[in-house]
Design a protein around this ligand. Structure first.
Ligand SMILES: *[C@@H]1O[C@H](CO)[C@@H](O)[C@H](O)[C@H]1NC(C)=O
Ligand SMILES: *[C@@H]1O[C@H](CO)[C@@H](O)[C@H](O)[C@H]1NC(C)=O
Ligand SMILES: [Cu+2]
Length: 246
């Protein structure tokens, strides 16, 4: 019991200090219904959520990290749930509030689970992008970013499940790429949740990528120094990953 208490106070300390500068998606709203996310730093035993597990507020820092798809560990909850959502409806992800970073893009992906999402391995899924926001105005060195808009919007991000998406079981992946730390220090914050899409269309989503694999370690939008002289007047930013499915 003593060691358990020690463990718990360590976790509380982690949550109160370093973790405060980072974070993740804590809840979702799908078609008007709120779903709680998995609670990191707590025991996964008995935690039931539509979200896959994530252990800490820390970011993923390399494009080759095996947990880039659905965070660490990205495994199912106990038991794992899926939310039913109608194609064409909105999905809002609520990040810890206030989200601490304002520099970098917001990206939202989905992937067909080809069956029960609870049996899906995140790194094997084919992800297509449904939403993104990069440099919205200003310059790379002094601009208004998708992540700044997320903070202004109550640390939340609302996207639309494409109406043309065929009905079925999908993983949705929200990702923030924070680039405020300077060159070679990207911070990826991926979060996954399981959806059952109903009332869908007959589109063919794509292009698709896998994670890790979908981002290049040398992508100048990932290995970027927003404080560099050359970036102060640059008004364009290419969001990493595939084009948004249209
Ligand atoms: C703002 O986000 C919090 C969760 O961080 C949520 O409880 C609250 O309802 C949101 N407020 C509005 C106006 O959406
Ligand atoms: C950026 O623009 C300002 C104002 O036009 C100019 O004075 C400065 O030299 C430019 N900096 C770079 C690195 O191009
Ligand atoms: Cu952070």
């Amino acid at each position: 019991m003593k060691s358990n208490m020690f463990f718990k106070s360590l976790l509380a300390l982690a949550a109160a200090t370093g973790a405060a500068a980072h974070g993740g998606v804590l809840s979702y709203n799908l078609g008007g219904t709120t779903y709680n996310g998995f609670v990191p730093y707590n025991t996964p035993t008995g935690q039931s959520s539509i979200q896959r597990q994530w252990a800490t507020y820390n970011p993923i820092t390399t494009t080759t990290d095996p947990d880039l798809a659905c965070n660490n560990p990205g495994t199912t909850t106990d038991p794992q749930l899926s939310a039913t959502v109608t194609a064409g409806s909105s999905v809002t992800a609520f990040w810890n509030n206030p989200w601490p970073h304002t520099i970098g893009p917001v990206m939202v992906y989905m992937a067909n689970c080809n069956g029960d999402c609870s049996s899906a391995t995140p790194s094997s899924l084919q992800w297509f992008k449904i939403d993104e926001a990069g440099l919205l105005s200003g310059t790379v060195g002094n601009g208004y970013w998708g992540m700044g808009k997320l903070v202004a919007d109550n640390s939340s991000w609302t996207s639309t499940i494409p109406a043309a998406l065929p009905s079925g079981n999908y993983m949705i992946r929200h990702e923030l790429l924070a680039i405020h730390s300077g060159a070679d220090q990207p911070q990826f914050y991926p979060e996954c949740a399981q959806l059952t899409v109903t009332g869908g269309g007959s589109g063919t989503p794509g292009p698709t990528v896998v994670f890790p694999g979908g981002y290049s370690a040398t992508d100048p939008s990932i290995i970027i120094d927003v404080y560099g002289n050359n970036e102060q007047n640059v008004t364009t930013y290419t969001i990493p990953g595939p084009a948004v499915w249209s």
